[in-house]
Design a protein around this ligand. Structure first.
Ligand SMILES: O=C(O)CCC(=O)C(=O)O
Ligand SMILES: [Fe+2]
Length: 213
């Protein structure tokens, strides 16, 4: 263990340390099994229930101040989550996220004071064109975090890849990430342009942002 951690009674977490190292090196990280399959199944059921109850709305672009709905840019349906009204399944989700945020704040001094998350469902044929997650009128989003809730037998031919556009020594490089269940992707909101390629089967996720005040 890192002697500094030992002296302050801090438990080093190898998964989070890898995530922090990845972000430092390449501005993104992929963590497998952040949620185990049983947890993914519960979160997926919750998303589906809320979707069937017709609680989702067509996602807009821009933030709440200047939002417009633009099907040629993004075709997903979303539902914002409210931590204060979280049910037991959503509490499980937020507990895990808060644990990570606590660790990031203690070790990286990121100053994450706010967060916002929404369920997302991309119906067949939809996509989200190349974009960046910060708004012209608001740069508080620091880290974007996507949790995939698809079925265990999700196939590459289902599409819906997340593509990160990376800059490697001045050259653009595409990092293609499949939305496999349990996987989370975390990346720097202000730097990484990305897109969701067209999906051939409904694609389920929770997406959110860790923000400074
Ligand atoms: O679902 C994903 O993989 C990314 C979604 C995204 O880019 C967004 O909601 O801003
Ligand atoms: Fe995005």
């Amino acid at each position: 263990m890192n002697p500094l951690f030992e002296s302050v009674g801090f438990e080093e977490n190898p998964v989070y340390e890898q995530l922090i190292a990845d972000i430092g090196k390449q501005q993104y990280s992929i963590v497998e099994n952040f949620f185990i399959q049983d947890e993914v199944a519960l979160l997926r059921q919750m998303l589906q229930e809320k979707h069937q109850a017709d609680a989702f709305k067509k996602a807009a672009i821009g933030n709440r101040v200047n939002e417009t709905i633009e099907k040629s840019i993004r075709g997903d349906f979303i539902l914002w989550m409210d931590e204060r009204k979280a049910n037991t399944v959503e509490q499980l989700f937020f507990n895990r996220i808060n644990h990570l945020v606590d660790y990031l704040n203690r070790t990286c001094f990121l100053g994450i004071l706010q967060k916002e998350f929404h369920y997302a469902l991309y119906p067949k044929g939809t996509f989200y064109k190349r974009h960046i997650d910060t708004f012209q009128n608001d740069d508080r989003r620091k880290l974007s975090l996507v949790c995939y809730l698809n079925e265990e037998d999700w196939l590459p031919e289902n599409g819906g890849e997340l593509v990160l556009y990376l800059n490697e020594n001045g050259e653009e490089m595409e990092k293609v990430i499949y939305p496999f269940p349990g996987r989370i992707v975390i990346f720097e909101s202000q730097i990484i342009e990305h897109e969701v390629r067209p999906v051939n089967t409904a694609r389920l996720s929770i997406t959110g942002w860790l923000k400074t005040r």
